[in-house]
Design a protein around this ligand. Structure first.
Ligand SMILES: Cc1cc2nc3c(=O)[nH]c(=O)nc-3n(C[C@H](O)[C@H](O)[C@H](O)COP(=O)(O)OP(=O)(O)OC[C@H]3O[C@@H](n4cnc5c(N)ncnc54)[C@H](O)[C@@H]3O)c2cc1C
Length: 417
């Protein structure tokens, strides 16, 4: 551990106390590094149901799991099952355990800027009575959450008790309009600015305690979609024939889907690294980021430890290895294609997507495929898609030739080799 030359000098300063910030801080703390976590309210409850495919969260403690299902139902127009385990995180327990492990390291404050200092980085805090104005550290992890984007995933969820047991299982995506009483898909859709078809996400924690969430995958920035989503959700519940006896929690979700990493000034890049949603971890097609934060926290902490010990370690490569960057470009290309689709194309696209092998479909969603397998899965999707979806993918290739070249041309080259 390095020597503290200043009363407010730490080895590692983590900006932000969301899931990414606390996972990174806890990994550093386990290595014996002197960590500080700064956030306006470091113990503010994470008021969201975090979930992920089990393969995204290897080694997650069983006490952090609220629900586990052996497979998830999905439907564009026809229903099928992706037979891979899916987990709902016990968010209060995960947060409480992380906060407890970081007791004494939490600082309430709002970071306004970072600058170079003789022995590392200095973080300037918004002035507050009795609190330090500046905290120095050898390394700063910026986990201040996502920057805004142009395309937003919006959802309204109801965590409810039901009068009768829910017997239809867990659903990742139910696009079937028959159950939602929403307007039938038409080619009007996204291009004309109407809200795309929405899907329902269903997590039955017990027979009668169920989370239903109506989601628009990539919609407009405006929060005006939230009341529409709530109305659709209530219509959906009626369509499912569900009667609610108690509403425990309402979840309103807004995730910028095309958010990029927060910028780090070039002069600070050997000492400052972004992490979590702040590093652009958001999956361009699903909005999830927890799995990447979980899997990258340990490599990041290793790189930080090396830096603190004076051994050169590229911090950003521990967070974004080259292979993952290449895959991310493909995901962004895929998401670009999806967000320009009209309603009918979108549902047809998901029918084709859910027709992939479970390994490919879940690997795509969980980001556990190698880049080569990801390309192969995208090709398989293109081959099995109908003309409408192919046309949309070709249009996307014209809009994003670089992304298409990465995904398609590399694959042709491999096939020719
Ligand atoms: C309702 C909802 C449900 C979601 N469900 C899932 C899911 O099921 N699975 C999944 O993988 N992802 C999900 N996500 C997406 C994503 O995982 C979460 O948004 C997650 O909270 C992002 O974690 P983070 O730590 O990177 O950022 P955040 O959770 O946004 O945390 C940012 C932290 O930075 C602090 N901060 C901000 N500015 C400053 C500043 N200037 N100085 C100091 N601190 C600052 C904030 O106070 C906060 O503590 C969901 C998102 C929402 C909104």
């Amino acid at each position: 551990m390095s020597e503290n030359s200043h009363p407010h000098r730490a080895d590692v300063l983590v900006l932000g106390a969301g899931p990414a910030g606390l996972l990174a801080a806890a990994a550093c703390h386990r290595r014996g590094l002197d960590v500080r976590v700064i956030a306006p309210e470091p113990a503010a409850p994470w008021d969201k149901q975090l979930s992920a495919w089990e393969q995204e969260l290897p080694g997650i403690p069983s006490t952090w799991v609220r629900g586990r299902w052996p497979g998830m139902r999905v439907a564009g127009t026809t229903a099928t099952t992706l037979a891979a385990p899916y987990l709902a995180v016990d968010v209060p327990t995960m947060q409480a355990d992380l906060l407890e492990s970081l007791q004494g390291s939490l600082v309430a404050g709002h970071v306004e800027g970072l600058s170079h200092s003789d022995d590392g980085v200095a973080a300037r805090l918004r002035p507050r009575l009795g609190a330090p104005d500046v905290i120095g550290a050898a390394v700063v992890v910026d986990a201040r959450g996502a920057l805004p984007g142009r395309y937003w995933q919006s959802a309204v969820g109801l965590d409810v008790s039901l009068e009768a047991p829910w017997t239809r299982g867990p659903w990742l995506m139910d696009f079937r309009p028959a159950f939602s009483r929403q307007p039938r898909p038409s080619s009007a859709g996204a291009r004309e600015g109407a809200m795309s078809p929405t899907f329902c996400y269903v997590l039955p924690f017990t027979e009668r305690r169920v989370l239903f969430e109506e989601t628009v995958l990539m919609g407009p920035e405006s929060e005006a979609v939230l009341p529409q989503l709530e109305a659709r959700l209530r219509a959906r519940l009626a369509g499912y024939g569900v009667r609610v006896s108690e509403v425990h929690r309402v979840e309103r979700c807004r995730i910028p889907m095309d958010s990029v990493a927060r910028p780090v000034p070039p002069a600070l890049r050997d000492r400052v690294v972004t992490f979590g949603a702040a590093a652009g971890f958001t999956h361009p097609a699903t909005g999830y980021q927890l799995g990447l934060s979980w899997r990258r926290a340990e490599p990041l902490a290793d790189a930080i430890q090396s830096t603190v010990d004076g051994r050169a370690a590229p911090l950003s490569a521990s967070v974004w290895p080259d292979e993952a960057l290449a895959a991310h470009a493909l995901y962004r290309f895929g998401a670009g294609a999806v967000r320009s689709m009209d309603s009918a194309s979108l549902v047809a696209f998901f029918d084709a997507f859910f027709g992939l092998t479970t390994e490919d479909a879940v690997g795509y969603l969980a980001r556990t495929l190698s880049t080569n397998d990801l390309r192969r899965a995208m090709w398989a999707l293109f081959r099995r898609a109908g003309w409408r979806t192919r046309l949309e993918l070709q249009r996307a290739a014209v809009r994003d030739p670089l992304g298409a070249l990465r995904g398609v041309f590399d694959n042709l080259m491999e096939q020719a080799a």
